[in-house]
Design a protein around this ligand. Sequence first.
Ligand code: ADP
Ligand code: MG
Length: 680
Amino acid sequence: MLHKTPKTSSSAVTRASQSHDWLSLHQARRQVHISRPPVPAPLFQAPSSVPSTTPSALSPSQTGSNIAQASKPGLQRAGAQRAPTSARGPRVAMAAVADEKADITAVSDTGLPRSAVVGVLGGGQLGRMMALAAANLGVRMKCLDPAPDAPASWIASQRLGHFRDAQAIKDFASQEGVSVLTTEIEHIDADAVEEASKALGLEMEPTPQTIRLIQDKFAQKQYFQANNVPLPEFREIKCRGCMEATGEKFGFPFMLKIKRLAYDGRGNAVVKNAADIDSAVESLGGYETGLYAEKWAPFVKELAVMVVRSSNGSVVSYPVVETIHKDSICYVTEAPADAPAKHLEAAKAIAEKAIGCLEGAGIFGVEMFLCRDGTILLNEVAPRPHNSGHYTMDGCVTCQFENHTRAILGWPLGSTSLNCGTSIMLNILGEADDDEGVRIAHEKMAKAYKTPGAKVHWYGKDGMKKGRKVGHINVSGASREEARARLAMMDPGATEALKSTAAAMQEAFGEAVPAQPQVGIIMGSDSDLPTMKAALEVLREFGVEGEINIVSAHRTPELMMEYARTAHKRGIKVIIAGAGGAAHLPGMTAAMTPLPVIGVPVKPAGCSLDGVDALLSICQMPKGVPVATVAIGNAANAGLLAVRVLAAHDPSLLDKMLAYQDSMRDMVLAKGEALKKNGV
Ligand code: ADP
Ligand code: MG
């Protein structure tokens, strides 16, 4: 219903290519190739408040005729009429590949060329950081913002004009040579952008429909509910009677929110009890403002995930972070979040599901609650780079701003992996107005410049106000402890805040949250334990968390497969596998895990071959499946080797290993001295 393959698609590409007009060529090509997967539930039906001018309202013939216009410069239609993934025929793809050779600035066969101009609606700090990332890719960004010298104008050229004014957007896009539009704030006028993008035939990413949906938090919730994304219970509030009924249904406290234009807690009121109803409603501007209520989410931690959606609809997410707010403003974030792996996996799955059912390319921030009973509920989604993703600028291989730029250009996405053990982001918030606020912020930055692993990002905003986000500091560490210790050098309160939510989670979950094991020790039988426990003792000596499991390659092969395939997802970094006799466990495990495996040949009791059989089974691995093998029965060496693997990325562990080696040397020297002195 949403898209139909236009018969004219490939000819649109060809005509554009013949005209040597790269913009027409690439827009025509994007209309052929860039597509979105089927939308799980109708985006435009659930929320009653969403206007009906939508792609789904277009008939196939309308779609086709619009695509046909794509060869005429300036008349191309916006992304709503792109062809579906299933419609990509090999013939069309080959035609595009052939055209691609003609364009020396092309990066991918479906995207815009590097010479494309990105037009950003808004020129705040997010636009500034987006433009910085784009500049590194060699891509030019221009921004539209009504405030002179907007933060983004330091990097992107700024056009003065309002991002809610359709005419201003049209003038911006046409006169500045914009090839694709995007936004750094969700509070734009989606209708105005849609009008401008249709009139100029320009893509807007994410689509105006998605932005319109997300702008209305109530419509957003209805849509996610229809797509089975878990949420706190919610209901629309139109009158006092609704408030009273909500109090009875949800219990107190509950959260009252305005549907639109909310940010940084401005737009929420906690309704503590029935007597609070009138003041809460009044504080948000009355029933006419457009209100809805949410059941209180009894969370122990707030989690967030940045998810990037490429123009072909594929979705990739960043690590799960914990966010801590102070007065409803983001204060500090930590990646990866300090929570059991199963909750982190669940949060990631929910975030990907939520973004998977939206339309349009770009980065999205997904806020969630980890509740006392272990459930995870979605709070809200932002259709843009997000404060909870600022850590990616220094903590990940590809930052959120770069991946947003790649996504909207239709380029391949970059790795979202952490490039350190733990990455923390500390917001620099105005602590006072004017000069006093500037002085305090600079004191914090001065501390950051002296802190190892810390990087300052200053937004260049005009003027200082209390509570305003004016910059942030990212601090990386090889381990959580190291990153938090570095954070404490700048803001001890932030480190305490991160520790305090762990305590709350522990209390709620009723048991101590086990420390994350980094080394997994496995063996085929408990008869191997007397040998293998030496590895655990070494790990304990170095303060490394290890876990022990009985997993047999012969008697429980399914369990072994499950263990090997999931160990890295649970945070294990090295596997030590002990086995005797036919000793298949280390090799089979190595075949199924991406982690380093250390094999320990075990000499089983009563064995006639002295463990040599196990040694050969373990070390004679075929090319491509490595197993590091230690001496027969020497599990202590396996433990030490595991510590050395971890120490390669952990300076504090490296220091401990150096101290251990020194102590071994001292011990040997002392023995030599004693021999010299006392004789044999
Ligand atoms: P904003 O647009 O200001 O970010 P949110 O809806 O995300 O608004 O709410 C801000 C903060 O208020 C959240 O980060 C969370 O701390 C708290 N909050 C929001 N909704 C709920 C809820 N249903 N239950 C408990 N706390 C909530
Ligand atoms: Mg929020």
